[in-house]
Design a protein around this ligand. Structure first.
Ligand SMILES: C[S@@+](CC[C@H](N)C(=O)[O-])C[C@H]1O[C@@H](n2cnc3c(N)ncnc32)[C@H](O)[C@@H]1O
Ligand code: SF4
Length: 412
């Protein structure tokens, strides 16, 4: 997954309009030790799920993967030119549905990354897969191409809810896909969506326990959000979709924490659970506010330049992205130098999602100012944040359901 436009939209609302380009002395930029990741976006799906607002498109004619390979190669080479001297710590092929890529396409992309930057010996290479596109042979091909971790979109383990979510697979097919993934890869994860219409804590606890029985080391558990512009939003507006209210969603969140903790899969991020040591390194890099290149249609990146951190976004439309890359060598349409205030806000927005929280000194290095001690004391007093080892501050279990408000308070 790539940090969604939503997070950045929210951030813009938070961000104060600070002074324009700041900073000259970014030599010891606090990003450096968090790693360097490469996100590659595959923007196609077999069908569009009615809740999803990711940059995903359905095409009825076959996608010209050879053309995409050439464009990925050119954009990777361009971004590598902006980021000399980096060593790649993780690669993430997200979507859309990257498991629809031919294994040869995945191999060509990974070869292009390897040609552009050196990698650490144990580089993590994740591919997102949809259970409708999982075949054992294909997965062996992804593995041979260099993928070493798979994240599967299971979403629910009962057929009625899968149909309500507009999914094209049954629970049995999803579990068969999980078994195929586990046979092919040492590291696997799967996603479930909860807070579905009519879901009770008891039913969710049972489903979650069944999921944990099949999960190896990592689970992403997302609360259903009704995104603007989606068919789910129109259904809700028409009174045809009733999602749990805040109290019901909170009860489901509590159930999630209790069941996962009891099973040895505690949350390390608001929606992500892992056995200790099995966390997604690529996602940790986003939340620890590391540096990452965003490649492919609609990908977001954060590049650290001599002038400061630059937020990049590529052209969103698959065909218009191809045309841009073929014309100018890359599809970047946004390259914004962030102000210190914006960097500090992003750092908080990302880092407070993590159970480990944020380092107050690192915040000060990004933001050019310390956290407001009075606000910190108030939030500590309310039990919404807690002090951790050293100078760290972390959101508590009570604070996570109101995370947005906590971030907004600290960033103000
Ligand atoms: C970009 S999708 C990639 C996975 C793959 N395309 C699939 O659906 O199987 C990443 C994940 O985001 C989650 N997701 C997408 N839209 C969501 C929404 N509106 N609310 C909660 N989770 C959502 C789903 O769990 C999904 O697996
Ligand atoms: S398959 Fe995944 S990316 Fe595609 S529309 Fe559905 S949830 Fe979104």
């Amino acid at each position: 997954m790539n940090p969604s436009p939503d997070w950045f939209g929210y951030l813009q609302a938070l961000a104060k309009l600070g002074p324009p380009a700041h900073m000259a002395t970014m030599i010891d930029h606090p990003t450096r030790d968090a790693g360097f990741g490469v996100y590659v976006h595959w923007p196609f799906c077999l069908a569009k799920c009615p809740y999803c607002d990711f940059n995903s498109h359905v095409r009825h004619a076959p996608v010209d993967q050879t053309r995409f390979i050439k464009a990925f190669r050119r954009e990777i080479a361009h971004v590598a030119g902006l980021t000399p001297g980096r060593t790649v710590t993780s690669i993430f092929l997200g979507g859309g549905t990257p498991s629809l890529m031919d294994p040869a396409t995945v191999g060509a992309v990974l070869d292009a990354v390897a040609g552009a930057w050196p990698s650490v010996p144990d580089v993590e290479v994740t591919l997102e897969a949809n259970p409708t596109s999982v075949e054992a042979e294909r997965f062996r091909g992804f593995r041979a191409a260099g993928v070493n971790r798979v994240s599967l979109g299971v979403q629910a383990l009962n057929d009625a809810d899968l149909r309500a979510l507009g999914r094209m697979h049954s629970a049995e097919e999803a579990l068969a896909a999980v078994a195929i993934a586990r046979a092919a890869f040492e590291r696997t994860s799967f996603d479930l969506i909860y807070a579905r219409p009519g879901q009770t804590p008891g039913a969710w606890a049972d489903e979650l326990k069944a999921a944990i029985g099949r999960a190896a080391e990592h689970l992403s558990l997302y609360q259903l959000t009704v995104e603007p512009g989606t068919p789910f939003e129109r259904l809700r507006a028409a009174g045809k979709l009733a999602v749990p209210d805040d109290d019901a969603a909170r009860a489901l969140y509590e159930t999630t924490q209790e069941v996962c903790e009891a099973a040895g899969l505690p949350a390390y991020e608001i929606s992500n659970h892992a056995r200790p040591g099995a966390e997604s390194r690529h996602n940790l890099l986003y939340w620890r506010y590391g540096e990452y290149a965003g490649i492919g249609p609609g990908a977001h990146g954060r590049l650290v330049t001599a002038a400061g951190r630059v937020a990049t976004v590529t052209e969103r439309g698959p065909e218009s992205w191809l045309a841009l890359v073929e014309g100018q060598g890359h599809g970047l349409v946004t390259e914004d130098l962030l102000s210190t205030g914006e960097e500090g806000d992003e750092f908080l927005l990302m880092g407070l999602r993590l159970k480990e929280g944020v380092d107050a000194d690192r915040y000060a290095a990004f933001a050019g100012r310390s956290l407001d001690e009075r606000r910190v004391q108030d939030l500590l007093g309310e039990g919404l944040i807690a002090r951790r080892r050293g100078r760290r501050l972390a959101v508590t279990r009570e604070g996570f359901p109101v995370l947005d408000a906590v971030v907004a308070d600290l960033a103000a």
